[in-house]
Design a protein around this ligand. Sequence first.
Ligand SMILES: [Ca+2]
Ligand SMILES: [Ca+2]
Ligand SMILES: [Ca+2]
Length: 211
Amino acid sequence: MHGEASRRLYMRVTTLASSYLSVGVIAAWDADDASEGTNAKVIYSIEKNVIHERTGEAIFRVNPQSGLIQTALCCLDRETTPEYHIQVVATDGGGLKGTGTVVVRLADVNDNSPRLARQLWELEVDETWGKGPPNDTTILEVSAADRDTSNYFYYRVVEASGWGWEHFSMRSVGAVGQLYAIKTLDYENDTHRRGFKFMVQVTDRVSILRG
Ligand SMILES: [Ca+2]
Ligand SMILES: [Ca+2]
Ligand SMILES: [Ca+2]
């Protein structure tokens, strides 16, 4: 490779709990004839690496011969650092260099638990009408927060979690949960009039379970 060539290389890596994860292979080519000594033999190195804040270790490494870039330590966290930039160099036998930037973007893994937006929801609702089952009108919308982007939230009323739980059910709509009555709520019934208290729960499934 002759002269200073600069190019930008994009790579994508999925965060997995294993060391030495392969990120991708960089490639440089040299116009010199491979038969002319060592001029065409290219060696790869990392000129500007990213250093892990806590341990002080370099996060990436490159195989000098193959150009394979790997993580040099375990467990990159997208929620802490979603993107890394490193600078790689290809040097030929004559000492000439070509440099490039590798951008490593971490794909999200569902590794954080969701939290409901509130500890307690309190509300007043109308009793249900007529003799038949109540309609499924939403009486409360519940939301949750999660640091991951790959969640699919599933909301439910926790079985036997408190007084009157069996009168209610939840449906998951997008990122929120909607509470609705599945049994008659009767104002003239003293036990109903005192109110209901029960628990709801959110879990995050991975998106492949959607549908
Ligand atoms: Ca993470
Ligand atoms: Ca994540
Ligand atoms: Ca999550």
